[in-house]
Design a protein. Structure first.
Lengths: 471, 314
């Protein structure tokens, strides 16, 4: 095995999966919100809901497309770069991903077509149903991915036969306690991401004094949803700590920069650890029993330090430590913004607070940063294992992969992803700037009559639905 | 259980070929017209369907992984570079659907990536099938052919062949979905594409005879196999008639039938091997290292990924 090829494969996996997760985490929440909007529109008949729906559907389309294409890569990458992992865990991981495609992708793909092209052709209730099915599809997809990743974090319900992990107890895998704290954590993260992106857009329009009615809907619903969900999310985040303490003490020691066993334990707030000499060079620490309280909900519990973990089983410390703190920091800032913003919304004074609006506008990267750093914490902290305690990362890689091939693929993925990401962000920015009314390009010549599916770039006509000035 | 997974896998590969085949084919044809109105109509004929179609590729990939992990790992790591290129092609053509209508000035970039990405993806898929049919060098259950072990005149030929096949599917799809000029020019292409495909099939068949008589002996052992080419020939005749009479709905289904017949031919001529007889001059038997569903059964109970372009074998 080639050490450089291993490192390059790890970088490539980290890069491609980080890129990929950005889009599903946005679209999962957005799909649920679109369903609510469509239901509200059907219930109230208020045109503004429809305008907001059509507008966000366009943005959903771009993000969904990027999610689809970057997701295909994932289905192949386990085989190309992680030959040994693929052989050994296929009967579990491959099967879980098969369930994902059957339950989730087909729902998404079929009903998304109806969302984009079917409005004039299906009855309103069916359109709403299609929206809900897209949302269900994205949620199911998240579910199976979390089952898969949770199994890698804390493998249960398997047996080893001829070196392969084979499923021995599917219910145990699917009802793993680890999964049932992690799946809500990811789902909430996605909803909060959607909520903040919507609220930030609303704040932007209010700041630039346009699309007033739509902006109010976006800001009110986005902030309201976030205000309700962020505290729940913090709670689930705390529950996640519980599984880490129980199943992966090494990861917890890394997250807490804790070198020595302590009972009760102190809590390191900020530190720079020196992994070579197994100490913290600088640390701001809360005294015991804060560490035990945070990690184990106890005043007296003992916590494991990194020095108790055999050298070959230790994850790196710096990345999980800082990634975790950045994630929590983003969460707290979002909580503050959501609560203050919702409070001012209720008081009806949000539009006067331009500073607050500006802060909300600029907050849209926070949920993405929180999701990425959360995953860095989980998966860098899982090292040096791919399947925790079962298969090491170093043993998972394709044995005959050459440095040259791995370099080429990493460069190609970086180039292609940078290219499509740059344009994707640019087009989403243009769509946002054009606003609910705008259309980026001229209306095409009339679509071919009597030929369904010939309206691909016919801009959604919403001018007739434009909200009146008085609203 | 194994039979079930083989069935699922075979169906998802066939569906992928038939469905993404036409939208990749439309992508290839897209590169040959510069007229914006026509391009728009061609794109509209596949835009609502492409992501559903491509989902079958993911299905095939992950079912292969779940049911036959060793085959998945061996093939995908062996085809490292071609898969990379195919994925890049699929990514670039996929985003083009969303991106090209967002801009006018830079539309050429996405037109290029749509046509180019579709062509490259189709070519590589054919190439991989060709490499598989020819046999990848394997020793001790591991791929042993180096970075370019899949490259051969035969695999390149299969790449071109699948491009032809997909383009034919795409043209028939346009006949079905579009009107006026787009339909008419698609009609004009069908005869030459069909003849091109036929020439290709003859070449491949001749090569197969020269290179690997084992396939021929299977045919003699299993005479019922001749049903499939017979179906293919009937479909080809109906295709010709429907093009002559301009029955818009028919050509696509006839080409589907031809593809399916070829697929069936292949599936049965290789059964029960998943990866065809390996290239004698290069390496040990492949199947010995393979396990199925972790049960350690050694004989590989299927033909799996290969058949896509082997269609040609008809």
């Amino acid at each position: 095995m080639d050490a450089t090829a291993l490192l390059l494969s790890r970088l490539q996996f980290a890069f491609t999966i980080s890129f990929h997760i950005i889009f599903p985490s946005f679209t999962i929440g957005l799909a649920a919100w679109l369903t609510i909007l469509e239901a509200l529109y059907l219930a109230t008949g208020r045109p503004a809901y429809r305008v907001v729906f059509e507008f966000w559907l366009k943005i959903f389309g771009v993000a969904f497309g990027l999610g689809v294409v970057s997701g295909i890569v994932m289905a192949f990458q386990f085989g190309t770069n992680w030959d040994v992992l693929a052989r050994r865990s296929g009967p579990i991981q491959g099967v879980l991903l098969s369930y994902e495609t059957f339950t989730a992708f087909f729902l998404e793909a079929s009903f998304f077509g109806i969302l984009v092209f079917g409005r004039p052709r299906v009855p309103p209730w069916f359109y709403l149903f299609s929206t809900a099915m897209v949302a269900l599809g994205t949620t199911l997809s998240a579910f199976w991915i979390m089952v898969d990743n949770s199994w890698m974090q804390a493998p249960v319900g398997y047996a080893i036969e001829n070196g392969e992990s084979v499923p021995a107890d599917w219910p145990k895998i699917i009802f793993s306690p680890v999964l049932w704290v992690r799946f809500p954590h990811m789902l909430l993260a996605s909803c909060i991401t959607g909520a903040f992106c919507v609220a930030a857009t609303g704040a932007w329009y209010l700041l630039s004094r346009k699309f007033h009615a739509e902006a109010q809907i976006m800001l009110r619903m986005g902030l309201g949803l976030a205000a309700a969900l962020v505290p729940v999310q913090l709670f689930f985040g705390h529950l996640n700590g519980g599984y880490v303490v129980h199943y992966q003490p090494a990861k917890m020691a890394a997250i807490e920069a804790r070198w020595h066993d302590q009972k009760p334990a102190s809590e390191v707030l900020l530190a720079w650890s020196d992994e070579r000499n197994q100490r913290n060079l600088f640390a701001i620490t809360l005294p015991p029993p804060f560490g035990s309280l945070i990690d184990s909900d106890s005043l007296t519990a003992g916590e494991v330090g990194m020095n108790s973990i055999p050298l070959q089983d230790r994850p790196p410390m710096i990345i999980p430590f800082f990634a975790f703190r950045i994630m929590v920091g983003c969460g707290l800032v979002m909580l503050l913004l959501a609560w203050v913003g919702s409070y001012r919304n209720v008081k009806g004074s949000i539009e006067q607070g331009r500073l607050l609006l500006r802060a909300i506008f600029l907050s849209f990267p926070l949920p993405f940063i929180a999701i990425l750093t959360g995953w860095f914490t989980a998966d860098v902290g899982r090292q040096p294992w791919t399947v925790y305690g079962v298969l090491r990362t170093a043993d998972s890689v394709t044995p005959f992969l050459t440095t040259r091939a791995a370099t080429i693929s990493l460069i190609v993925f970086c180039a292609v992803y940078t290219f499509i990401f740059a344009f994707g962000v640019f087009y989403i920015y243009q769509l946002l700037r054009a606003g609910p009314e705008g259309s980026l390009v001229r209306a095409p010549a009339a679509a071919v009559p009597n030929r369904p599916m010939s309206v691909v770039d016919e801009p959604v006509t919403v001018s007739s639905l434009r909200v009146g000035e008085g609203e | 259980m194994v039979q079930f997974w083989v069935f699922v896998l075979a169906v998802s590969i066939l569906f992928y070929v038939l469905l993404d085949g036409f939208d990749l084919g439309v992508g290839i044809l897209f590169g040959f017209t510069l007229n914006e109105q026509r391009r728009r109509e061609m794109l509209a004929a596949v835009a609502p369907l492409w992501d559903g179609n491509e989902t079958w590729l993911i299905v095939a990939g992950v079912v292969l992984w779940g049911a036959f992990p060793v085959v998945y790992a061996t093939l995908f790591s062996a085809l490292y570079l071609p898969l990379l290129v195919m994925l890049a092609g699929l990514i670039l053509r996929g985003v083009a659907f969303e991106y090209r209508n967002k801009t006018e000035r830079m539309r050429w970039i996405w037109d290029l990536s749509f046509a180019g990405g579709s062509s490259v993806a189709a070519f590589i898929q054919g190439l991989m099938v060709g490499a598989l049919v020819e046999g990848l060098p394997i020793s001790n259950g591991q791929y042993a052919g180096g970075e370019f072990g899949w490259l051969s005149p035969f695999s390149l030929l299969c790449g071109v062949g699948l491009c032809l096949g997909y383009t034919l599917l795409g043209a028939c799809w346009l006949v079905r979905k579009c009107a006026d000029e787009v339909r008419d020019s698609a009609y004009r292409l069908i005869p030459s594409l069909s003849i091109g495909l036929l020439v290709f099939l003859i070449l491949v068949f001749a090569y197969a005879l020269v290179e690997s008589l084992r396939i021929m002996s299977r045919w003699l052992e299993r005479p019922y196999l001749f049903v499939f080419p017979a179906v293919g020939i009937v479909a080809a005749i109906v295709l010709a008639a429907s093009v002559r009479q301009r029955r818009d709905g028919w050509p696509y289904y006839m080409v589907v039938l031809i593809f399916a017949a070829a697929f069936g031919t292949l599936a049965i001529s290789f059964w029960p091997y998943m990866i065809p007889f390996t290239r004698g001059r290069r390496g040990a038997a492949f199947e010995s290292g393979l396990h199925v569903l972790g049960r350690g059964s050694v004989r590989l109970p299927a033909h799996a990924r290969l058949h896509r372009g082997q269609l040609q074998r008809l």
